[in-house]
Design a protein around this ligand. Structure first.
Ligand code: PHE
Ligand code: FE
Length: 287
């Protein structure tokens, strides 16, 4: 993920990468990975998009525990031409976009402490690798991520990074996808969280709304709790088609005059799959 207000730590290269330092992980670090992996591997079948399950195979490497990025990158390179590179944590937007545009996914190299199994503010290697890498092994999603990086470089010049970030948030991080009459998970922020993997699909609280590009770009999001809205795409092909083949320039200009949409709000034009009760948000956040 990206953040605008950061200084590069000593020891990081000009592109903010650092060595992963696989040999420096402790037995406890690897055990944390294994615990989280097993928990999600049990929870996700039947809930997650089949493309994600297929991609999980790239994470099964020769050594147990946290994946070694060199070996992981060899695997991923063969599948879709992507690599995984280590960074200290959040990186500036331009650095993030440049890596994505060149099919390099940036991952934090640290792993959460055992007492943080369920909750973590900053993305660690479990979120970044378990959450994001399986879909990078899928050709269409792999192309979407590269196009997003290129779109970011363009959005930066148009003062529209916030618009584009919302697209990332509601697809790459918290997206749902249709599956016959039902839906499944694919967003990395959901699939790397045991509690949100259930909440996003089964809880009556959140709205589940058909994906609409302009609507998503206008919608605020919360970073401190489960989402109050999830947006549902029809398929990865459809997502790529609606984004790659749309010129965002005129859209950014059009949206500049329109108000933001608060989290949890529904609009008359929304294609509503589930009208949420918002009970979770009401219980946890003052209105
Ligand atoms: N088509 C977008 C633009 O004109 C780029 C983009 C593609 C952004 C795919 C996100 C995902 O800027
Ligand atoms: Fe992420």
């Amino acid at each position: 993920m990206a953040d605008a207000s950061l200084t590069r730590p000593a020891g990081a290269a000009a592109d903010w990468t650092i060595p992963q330092g696989w040999d420096r992980y402790s037995a406890e670090d690897h055990a944390t990975w294994d615990t989280l992996f097993e928990r999600q591997a049990k929870l996700l079948p039947g809930r997650v998009a089949p493309e994600f399950i297929a991609g999980l195979d790239v994470l099964r490497l020769s050594k147990p525990g946290i994946p070694d990025f060199d070996e992981l990158s060899d695997r991923l390179m063969k599948a879709t031409g992507w690599q995984v590179v280590a960074v200290p944590g959040l990186v500036p937007d331009d650095v993030f976009f440049d890596h994505l545009a060149n099919r390099r996914f940036v991952s934090g190299n640290f792993i959460r402490r055992p007492e943080q199994l369920d909750y973590l503010q900053e993305p660690d290697v479990f979120h970044d690798v378990f959450g994001h890498v399986p879909l990078l092994a899928h050709p269409v999603f792999a192309d979407y991520m590269q196009a997003y990086g290129q779109g970011g470089q363009r959005a930066a010049g148009l003062g529209a990074i916030q618009r584009l970030s919302r697209l990332y948030w509601y697809t790459v991080e918290f997206g749902l996808i249709r599956d016959g009459d039902g839906m499944k998970l694919y967003g990395a922020g959901i699939v790397s969280s045991s509690a949100e993997s259930i909440f996003a699909l089964e809880d009556p609280s959140p709205n589940r709304i058909g994906f609409d590009l302009a609507r998503v770009m206008r919608t605020e999001y919360r970073i401190d709790d489960f989402q109050q809205n999830y947006f549902v795409i029809d398929s990865f092909d459809d997502l790529l088609d609606r984004t790659l083949n749309t010129d965002f320039g005129p859209l950014y200009a059009e949206l500049a005059g329109q108000p933001d949409i608060p989290v949890g709000a529904l609009l008359p034009d929304d294609h509503v799959f589930t009208r949420g009760t918002q009970a979770h948000a009401r219980a946890n956040h003052a209105a």
